[in-house]
Design a protein around this ligand. Structure first.
Ligand SMILES: [Zn+2]
Ligand SMILES: [Zn+2]
Length: 361
């Protein structure tokens, strides 16, 4: 790939054998996420050339030395945040901050910083140490989460990013309580999952904000009780009108826009919590009235990384909730496409036409 240019399909990529602590995965499906587009457009960094894609599921083909509990033939969801289970953060119930995740973040490599893909005799880098826009890839074994074989892998793929992040933002990061009022700004793949996470937590009022009527309709399916089309006027005023001018208990930003982040903080009531889920560019800055906006208002502003998820605890739990009919996954898939349609999927995502496009191999 080149920055800002359509992705190029190549059939001459070499995939190395997995090294110690790694597994090779035959990809079955991968979702197209907004972060892929942010990397393509240079808003988030990666060494080039690179294979994008980070929200995937597949079947293990080969395991490297020392890998425990995973075998060829196992079905897995890929976590782009590998979680070692042994570091400072994993030991304190914050495995989304695992030190292994630091190794793969924006490095284009696996835990040792180097990729396992090669093209034209040179390194071909892997987004977040995975690179799921490929028929086969090698990833850290700590990022492969075994799932039941009867689970449709095109549905399972979504668990790896949009669902973990969105549902986790509501259940883990914000710990939404029964009866809470909630707003979610941005109803793409992640925002729709924040909405269903809030519903699963028993939130009372769930206000969806977006620019596209079709996404607001889907937000209702996911559990929104009210919607605000930000194209029709100031969304902060609209949310205040819906909450007796107080603002909501918990406000989520699921776009990664600096302007929307400021709006979401303004939608949060005194004593409430603003949760920043969407991923802005590295140059995004916050500017807040410290006394009136934060201290006197007792407003909390929380970051949210991968929905504060422990992937080995949360992925099985989410599968149970899907099977119980609580967690809607099929409804999130707008279209199933081939890898050669990835550029069209980027266009449809930018135009707000889809919740999720899923590439199936
Ligand atoms: Zn993603
Ligand atoms: Zn760890």
């Amino acid at each position: 790939m080149e920055l800002g240019q359509p992705l190029i399909l190549r059939d001459d990529v070499e995939v190395e054998h997995p090294r110690a602590g790694e597994v090779k995965v035959a990809m079955a499906a991968t979702g197209v996420c907004h972060s892929d587009l942010s990397i393509r457009d240079g808003i988030l960094p990666i060494p080039l050339p690179a294979v994008l894609g980070h929200e995937g599921a597949g079947i293990i083909e080969e395991v490297g030395g020392g890998v425990q509990g995973l075998s060829p033939g196992d079905h897995v969801v890929i976590s782009w945040v590998p979680q070692c289970g042994a570091c400072f953060f994993c030991g304190r119930g914050q495995s989304q901050l695992c030190v292994e995740a630091d190794a793969v973040l924006f490095s284009g490599g696996l835990l040792d910083g180097t990729p396992r893909l090669r093209m034209d005799g040179a390194d071909l880098f892997q987004m977040e140490g995975v690179g799921t826009f490929s028929e086969s890839t090698v990833i850290p074994a700590t990022g492969a989460i075994k799932v039941p074989e009867d689970l449709d892998l095109s549905v399972a793929a979504l668990l790896g990013c949009a669902v973990l992040t969105g549902v986790g933002a509501a259940l883990n990061t914000a710990r939404v309580r029964p009866g809470d009022s909630v707003v979610v700004a941005g109803c793409g793949g992640v925002g729709l999952n924040v909405i269903q996470g809030a519903r699963m937590a028993g939130a009372g009022q769930i206000i969806a904000v977006d620019l596209h009527p079709a996404k607001l309709d889907l937000a209702r399916v996911m559990g929104a009780t009210a919607s605000v089309n930000a194209a029709n006027g100031d969304p902060v005023a609209a949310v205040r009108d819906l909450t007796e001018q107080r603002g909501v208990d918990v406000a989520f930003e699921a776009i990664g826009s600096t302007a929307t982040i400021h709006q979401v903080i303004d939608m949060t009531r005194r004593g409430g919590q603003a949760v920043l889920v969407g991923i802005p560019g590295l140059d995004s800055m916050l500017s807040l009235p410290t006394l009136l906006g934060v201290i006197l208002a007792e407003r909390s502003i929380s970051g949210c990384w991968l929905g504060s998820s422990d992937v080995r605890r949360d992925i099985p739990h989410l599968i149970d909730r899907y099977r119980a009919g609580d967690l809607l996954l099929d409804e999130l898939i707008s279209q199933r496409i081939g890898l050669d349609q990835v550029n069209e999927a980027f266009r449809a995502m930018s135009a707000g036409e889809v919740a999720r496009s899923v590439i199936v191999y």
